[in-house]
Design a protein around this ligand. Structure first.
Ligand code: FPP
Length: 254
């Protein structure tokens, strides 16, 4: 089994190897390794983030081509504010640049842009650019390109809990109505199916406060490749591996 898996990994995976009737509906990605990619080339860290934007374009394209419904990208965490001011500033300018460069293509591909995160702390320029893209793409019906910006899963869960409590106090929700389904409705992902697949690049194998509730039954896929070097081939490999897994959601195999 293991040798077969290894054998397949060196082969090229093409779209024709993918079962298009069984693609994951929702893929979430932790785009990691930009800094190390740049360091290996003697470049400043921000060069890695810049290169990472090109990878986003490639992956959004292939995800749209194979019929994925939601692609959630961890672009900036609630913890990333601790980084040097210059790097934070650079990262906050990327969504605007990306959307400026790529908007026509997003429209052609029928992509809907979405923001998921605590928007109040985002700089005006960043927030306005993403909100404008959301507005422009809101009638598109293809891939949802969901940017997690200033997102943290623990904060999201605490926030959901506070909102539930408020609604109970205000009589909008009965205490007995609190269950997993209602709780889910208070999360920032309430409109999307749970991620079927989580990909993390750069060799790190942890969740880093990303979608802790939503990833309960997701398949996890890791690659040592740094995000700027991640590409369509590797993405298809992840989907291919995903399709070989038996998902049981705590039950037994049929
Ligand atoms: C992790 O690599 C990456 C990030 C914290 C930022 C990811 C952001 C992008 C790829 C661009 C965002 C663009 C848009 C359009 C929203 P790291 O810096 O932690 O790398 P390291 O672990 O090697 O230091």
């Amino acid at each position: 089994m293991f040798s077969k898996y290894k054998e397949k990994r060196v082969e090229k995976i093409a779209i024709s190897d993918i079962d298009l009737s069984n693609v994951p509906k929702h893929v979430a990605i932790i785009m990691d390794g930009n800094g190390r990619w740049a360091k290996n080339r003697g470049l400043p860290r921000v060069a890695g983030h810049k290169a990472g934007v090109q990878t986003i374009k490639k992956i959004a394209n292939i995800a749209s081509n194979i019929g994925i419904e939601v692609l959630t990208l961890f672009a900036f965490s609630t913890e990333n504010w601790k980084r040097p001011e210059k790097e934070v500033k650079f990262l906050m300018e990327l969504p605007q640049q990306f959307l400026l460069d790529y908007m026509e293509e997003l429209m052609e591909k029928n992509v809907q842009v979405k923001l998921m995160g605590f928007d109040k702390q985002l700089p005006d320029n960043t927030l306005n650019a993403v909100r404008e893209a959301e507005e422009r793409t809101k009638n598109n019906t293809g891939l949802i390109l969901n940017f997690a910006l200033n997102y943290g899963s623990r904060a999201e869960i605490v926030n959901a809990t506070k909102n539930i409590l408020n609604d109970v106090i205000n009589g909008k929700l009965e205490q007995d109505e609190i269950n997993e389904t209602t709780f889910n409705n208070y999360l920032l992902t309430k409109d999307y199916p749970e991620p079927d697949l989580l990909i993390r690049t750069s060799g790190e194998q942890r969740i880093s406060n990303f979608l802790l509730w939503q990833l309960a039954y997701s398949e996890l896929w890791f690659t040592p490749v740094y995000w700027p070097d991640f590409n369509e081939q590797l993405f298809l490999m992840a989907i291919y591996d995903y399709q070989k897994r038996g998902r049981r959601f705590g039950g037994l195999e049929e």
